[in-house]
Design a binder for this molecule. Structure first.
Ligand code: C2E
Ligand code: MG
Ligand code: MG
Ligand code: MG
Length: 293
């Protein structure tokens, strides 16, 4: 009886694994097609100064509209792009397309000189032999100041070779590009990487911010991470701020910037341009100078 059940469980498990593997293969095929048929697009989420409520930049976020399944979350398809190696090409497109978009906004006068563009870079993309060349080429072709670009990396980027990682980062820093450590605090050795990698921005993961209003531990963590970042001379960004109460807390803890639904979810380029030209700022929660006027 027990043995029987065990066998059933194993068969069930095998079937589950096989289904999953098949699903990944199908998705991989779909992603190939998506690349050929230009079915990827970019959304932009504002980064906001917590004290002035001004938009100080944008993070470009990849979107894929599947012909049958509609919008699919990057959490589902980025890992498949990564394991299949497709991320190298898709990532190059993300970088180029977002930089071209910013160039357009600059020419329209709505993207100010001190605004920054965050672009997520995956480990496989970062390690590809063409990466630094690709970046250099795109920057030259589009003709943009590299210092407005922030590459968002996670510690996954270092899994192979720390020295190589630092060398690649350094040559990009020499071009003027800055690095942000994304999802800070969720990995195994975030603090040690903070010491070893040339990063200028620290993004506090949204999992710490989510319950900040009622979870004392999360409050302590965000306050401590922020203090550490500030003392190391980094700009600290709180991710996932959705409410005024959360904003008040991250402001109190001296995070300099935030991203989150409170200001706006990621939106398409047209909607983002509209945000940039919006006059009345409602996402400061009444606690900034502009609101008092
Ligand atoms: P991430 O870089 O940490 O991006 C932040 C994620 O948090 C985004 O999810 C964003 O939509 C979401 N978010 C922002 N504000 C809020 C909020 O107030 N509440 C909640 N609940 N969520 C919020 P998204 O767009 O689904 O992207 C997920 C992840 O996929 C990104 O995490 C990033 O790691 C990856 N990703 C997205 N685009 C790219 C890309 O072009 N290249 C690479 N390599 N990875 C990407
Ligand atoms: Mg990011
Ligand atoms: Mg993040
Ligand atoms: Mg994330």
């Amino acid at each position: 009886q027990v043995k029987e059940q065990g066998r059933d469980a194993i068969q069930f498990f095998n079937k589950y694994m096989a289904d999953k593997a098949r699903n990944v293969l199908v998705m991989e095929g779909d992603l190939h097609k998506a690349l050929e048929q230009h079915r990827f697009s970019l959304y932009y989420q504002p980064r906001v100064d917590v004290t002035t409520s001004q938009i100080v930049g944008a993070e470009a976020l990849l979107r894929w509209e599947h012909p049958d399944r509609g919008m699919i979350s990057p959490a589902e398809f980025i890992p498949i792009l990564e394991t299949s190696g497709l991320i190298v090409e898709v990532g190059r497109w993300v970088l180029e397309d977002s930089i071209r978009q910013v160039k357009i906004w600059q020419e329209q006068g709505i993207w100010k000189d001190d605004m920054r563009l965050g672009v997520n870079i995956s480990p496989r993309q970062f390690r590809s032999s063409e990466f630094v060349n690709d970046v250099t080429k795109i920057l030259q072709e589009v003709g943009i100041n590299p210092s407005l670009i922030e590459m968002e990396i996670t510690e996954g980027i270092v899994i192979h070779n720390l020295e190589e990682t630092v060398a690649t980062m350094s040559s990009l820093c020499e071009l003027g590009i800055n690095f942000a450590l994304d999802d800070f605090g969720t990995g195994y050795s975030s603090i040690s990487y903070l010491k070893q990698l040339p990063v200028a921005i620290l993004k506090v993961d949204q999992s710490f911010v989510r319950d900040i209003t009622f979870d004392r531990n999360d409050r302590v963590l965000v306050e401590t991470i922020s203090a550490m970042g500030n003392m190391l001379g980094l700009d600290v960004v709180a991710e996932g701020v959705e409410t005024c109460d959360q904003l008040h807390l991250v402001r109190e803890y001296n995070c300099k910037y935030y991203q989150g639904y409170l200001c706006s979810p990621p939106v398409n380029a047209d909607a983002f341009a509209e945000l940039l030209t919006t006059k009345d700022i409602t996402w400061g929660c009444g606690a900034n100078k502009r609101d008092e006027k």
